[in-house]
Design a protein around this ligand. Structure first.
Ligand code: 6GU
Length: 223
C-alpha cells in the first residue's frame, strides 16, 4: 500500500511513522507513506496556499490550485483507490471503514486547515470525507495519523500473532474482556480461576460472556 498525505504541516506527522509498528511496516516494505508539502504546489512567490472566502466571513480557505495541481500530479503517476479529505464534516471513522481501506493499494489523504478547502477540490477529486470524532482539531494532520494507523495495522504481516488484529475490541462489535498476566494474586486481587484452568473451551466462553457484559455496561449502542 502507498499513502500520500498532503499537508501544510508534515512535521506534525513525523514521529508516528518513525516509531515502533508503523516504522517496521515501512521497513518491511508493506506500506509507503509519502508526505506532500502543499506549499511546494503554491502558485505565487509568497507560496500562498490559503485565501479569503468569497462572500466574506471569518477564517481562510485552502485554495483550489495548489491542491488540484498536487493531486493531479500524483494521479498522473499512478491510480488511486480513494482521495480522502480529513474533516470534522466527514463520516466518523470506525473499524468497518478502517477494514475496507486496509485492502486498497493507493490512497491520498488531504489534511484540512483553517476553515477548510475550496469546494471545487471536493468536486474534482475527493471520494471520501472522514472525521475521527465529534470535536475540532487544529488541522487534519493528527486525524491523518489516526486514520493511517488504524489502516496500516490491518495489513497482513504488519502485526505478529501476539498483536493479532483479529481479537481486537470492535472487530466483532464487542469490547475486549478483562486480561491478566502474572502474578496470580496481587494485593489480594486474584486472577479469575477459569483462566488458570487450562480448559480452552471454558476460557473462550468466559471471555465471550465478559465481552458481552462489558459492552452492555460501557457501550450498549454497539449491541
Ligand atoms: Cl479529520 N479534522 C479536524 N480539523 N478536526 C477533526 C477531525 C478532522 N476529526 C475530528 N475532528
Amino acid at each position: 500500500m502507498r499513502i500520500d498525505i498532503i499537508s501544510v504541516l508534515p512535521e506534525l506527522m513525523e514521529s508516528p511513522f518513525q516509531t515502533s509498528i508503523l516504522r517496521r511496516a515501512m521497513e518491511k516494505g508493506l506500506v509507503e507513506v509519502h508526505f506532500q508539502h502543499l506549499r511546494e504546489w503554491a502558485i505565487n512567490k509568497h507560496r500562498q496556499i490559503d485565501d479569503e472566502p468569497y462572500g466574506g466571513g471569518a477564517g481562510m480557505v485552502m485554495m483550489v490550485e495548489p491542491l488540484d495541481k498536487c493531486i493531479s500530479q500524483l494521479k498522473s503517476e499512478r491510480s488511486y483507490d480513494e482521495v480522502i479529505y480529513l474533516t470534522p464534516d466527514g463520516v466518523t471513522l470506525n473499524q468497518k471503514i478502517a477494514n475496507s481501506l486496509s485492502i486498497k493499494n493507493n490512497l491520498i489523504f488531504i489534511c484540512g486547515h483553517y476553515k477548510g478547502i475550496d469546494q471545487r477540490v471536493r468536486d474534482l477529486h475527493v471520494t471520501k470525507e472522514i472525521s475521527i470524532g465529534d470535536y475540532v482539531l487544529t488541522g487534519g494532520e493528527l486525524a491523518a495519523c489516526v486514520l493511517a494507523d488504524s489502516i496500516i495495522r490491518l495489513i497482513p504481516g504488519v502485526l505478529n500473532d501476539e498483536q493479532s488484529a483479529l481479537t481486537d475490541s470492535f472487530q466483532d462489535d464487542l469490547l475486549s474482556p478483562p486480561i491478566y498476566t502474572r502474578p496470580e494474586n496481587y494485593k489480594g486481587l486474584e486472577v479469575p480461576k477459569v483462566l488458570l484452568s487450562g480448559n480452552f473451551k471454558q476460557i473462550e466462553e468466559w471471555r465471550h460472556e465478559e465481552a458481552v457484559r462489558i459492552t452492555k455496561e460501557k457501550r450498549p449502542d454497539l449491541l
